[in-house]
Design a protein around this ligand. Structure first.
Ligand code: PMP
Ligand code: GLN
Length: 384
């Protein structure tokens, strides 16, 4: 008998994050590629998980997430965005933000539907669309500020458009949506059945006094939105893979139908811990300034190199142009820097369906100062 899988994702290889992390480790390079902090998470939160386990909270929690954690999230959303969401009907705890996005897309998509997204785009979006038999409609953000050309969006919207994916603060560029973007989005989706998938995993990582334009702030947009978050990004514990989705009851009801037969429920002890820890607002309220300092520290170090920074107003990431350093394409240059300079980054071309070559690399600055120092020193030494 021949077993033969007809691939659901024939064009997909291994994600760039895994590829570059493996290369970094093979060459003992400093890993500024994959986005994760190298500084420790809060010890009190670790103790709370241990405590939850010792208290015997080791069995399945509610399918939609620990009720107390959902209550705490609803309180936080009310505080930050003046939005009233129901912990019972509008919030579901998920194993990370990526899963929340996948589940939202799987909930709404039928074969042949079109989904508009903006490139460079987080690399899970397109496979998530295609695995559902739907069609990705990528629109390039405008280089070099990576803003959205809303006239192009208007052109691309048609009867088959089922959803628009937005991501603010944006991975990989660090751009953030403005009030004007929100108004443009509003005028495009008004009187249509278009859903919004809003990837807000970097909600707190926003700099220079910018305000996070969460879909949770706008009732007319929220009514058609699945808003996705990640605890990993808030509490420096990406390995926990825990997040949540917020959507109006009618949408969330269908989301939960998909969720219940995929993951059913997420890790319990960490939900007990997060429910207790969320009462303290300080850790998430100071995140923006904490990461802004890291961005500025890294930029200061990198100013001794020939790399040219592009603006970053949020996320973990800073883009650098190397146009005046090398003619190589992004992938070749990123591989060479990893192997020979000992610094791993991500080629931004990896975030496009049809690669473009703007000669830009993504650096993750969510690292200890010593790591950022060493990375810049290695680049200075290697490139002169
Ligand atoms: N969206 C974006 C843009 C991200 O960078 C990440 C981080 N990996 C996620 C979603 C999801 O994060 P996680 O699944 O690790 O919670
Ligand atoms: N979000 C992180 C990044 O963009 C890593 C995600 C992953 O490895 N899947 O680098």
């Amino acid at each position: 008998m021949h077993t033969n899988i007809q691939s659901k994702l024939p064009q997909v290889g291994t994600t760039i994050f895994t590829v570059m992390s493996a290369l970094a480790s093979a060459h003992n390079a400093i890993n500024l590629g994959q986005g994760f902090p190298d500084f420790p998470m809060n010890n009190a939160l670790i103790d709370l998980v241990a405590q939850a386990m010792k208290n015997g909270n080791n069995q399945y929690v509610h399918m939609c997430g620990l009720p107390l954690l959902r209550e705490r999230i609803a309180e936080k959303v009310n505080l930050l965005y003046k939005s009233s969401v129901s912990p019972d009907t509008d919030i579901t705890i998920t194993p990370g933000g990526t899963y929340a996005i996948y589940t939202a897309l799987t909930t709404i998509l039928q074969p042949g539907d079109e989904v508009i997204l903006f490139e460079p785009a987080y690399d899970s979006y397109i496979p998530n669309i295609e695995i559902n038999g739907a069609i990705p409609v990528p629109i390039s953000l405008q280089f070099p500020d990576y803003s959205i050309d809303w006239a192009v969006v208007k052109e691309k919207v048609n009867k088959k458009t089922k959803a628009i994916i937005i991501n603010t603060p944006h991975n990989p560029t660090g751009s953030v949506l403005s009030d004007n973007d929100i108004n443009q989005l509003r005028s495009i989706v008004k009187d249509t059945g278009i859903f919004i998938i809003s990837d807000e995993v970097y909600e707190h990582l926003i700099f220079d006094n910018k305000v996070h334009c969460s879909m949770l702030r706008y009732p007319d947009l929220l009514e058609r939105s699945f808003v996705c978050f990640s605890f990993g990004k808030v509490y420096h514990c990406t390995g926990w893979k825990l997040g949540y989705c917020i959507a109006p009851e009618k949408l969330m009801k269908e989301f939960r139908k998909v969720h219940q037969f995929n993951c059913f429920t997420c890790n319990g002890p960490s939900q007990y811990a997060l429910a207790a820890f969320l009462e303290d607002k300080e850790p998430y309220l100071q995140l923006g300034s904490f990461l802004q300092q890291k961005r500025d520290y890294f930029k200061q170090n990198m100013s001794q190199t020939k790399f040219i920074p592009l603006p970053s107003f949020g996320s973990y990431f800073q883009l650098y142009s190397y146009a005046n350093i090398s003619e190589e394409n992004e992938n070749d240059f990123a591989v060479r820097l990893t192997k020979e300079a000992g610094v791993a980054t991500i080629p931004v071309a990896a975030f496009y369906k049809n690669p473009v070559d703007n000669k830009v690399l993504r650096f993750c600055f969510a690292k200890k100062e010593a790591t950022l120092d060493e990375a810049a020193n290695r680049l200075i030494q290697y490139l002169g």
